[in-house]
Design a protein. Structure first.
Length: 207
């Protein structure tokens, strides 16, 4: 059984959504990223994952997989029948990788990381906020008239984008300037497994 190392409402939420959507049972280990300790047993998380970030996924063979985009694709490939990603080698697989990379670089690392990072200077946060509308406009234009990022079915790229947009909202950015994004967030949250994952991790934050 795979093991997912996560922090509530970090980008590892996308991996939890993917596991639930795929119907894959997993063990979940919460990580305190401030102390870099596993919450349940206090183990040093750097020993488990030298990068010290989430998600990290321990596979059945004992190997550890890190980086959200890789973890999401691995999850999708374990249950092809769930159709969370185009099959390897398919032309649309490269579109999936394109959007995973875009969300990771242009929204996650360019805006969310500095916005919520401790000790980030205000000038850096302001610069990140000034760049965000351009990235959101790209996604908004792509989603105009589309329900999902890739193909015609919910996939792992949608799990990642949804998480990113939820955090963008939490950062005080009004998505009503991009109606297709506003509608996308509401639509994707209606999926039962997506809602289950969000409610579960939100409860952890409030505990």
């Amino acid at each position: 059984m795979p093991e997912l190392y996560f922090r509530p409402f970090a980008c590892s939420l996308a991996s939890r959504i993917a596991l639930l959507e795929a119907g894959i049972e997993a063990d979940y280990h919460q990580v305190d990223l401030a102390s870099h300790r596993v919450v349940a047993d206090g183990n040093d998380y750097f020993v488990i994952s030298p990068k010290g970030q989430v998600p990290a996924l321990r596979r059945d063979d004992g190997s550890l997989l890190t980086e959200g985009s890789a973890v999401l694709q691995w999850i999708a490939d374990q249950r092809p029948s769930a159709e969370l990603a185009p099959p390897p080698g398919h032309a649309e697989r490269y579109r999936l990788q394109e959007w995973l990379s875009f969300v990771a670089t242009e929204i996650h690392k360019a805006f969310l990381a500095p916005t919520f990072g401790p000790d980030v200077p205000d000038a850096v946060k302001d610069h990140a906020r000034s760049r965000l509308p351009k990235a959101l406009a790209v996604v908004s234009d792509h989603l105009a008239g589309r329900d999902v990022l890739v193909g015609d079915r919910f996939g792992v790229a949608d799990a990642y984008l949804l998480w990113a947009l939820l955090l963008v909202r939490f950062a005080g950015v009004d998505l009503s300037d991009w109606p297709s994004l506003d509608a996308y967030v509401e639509r994707i949250q209606q999926r039962p497994r997506v809602r289950e994952a969000i409610e579960l991790e939100r409860a952890m934050l409030q505990a």
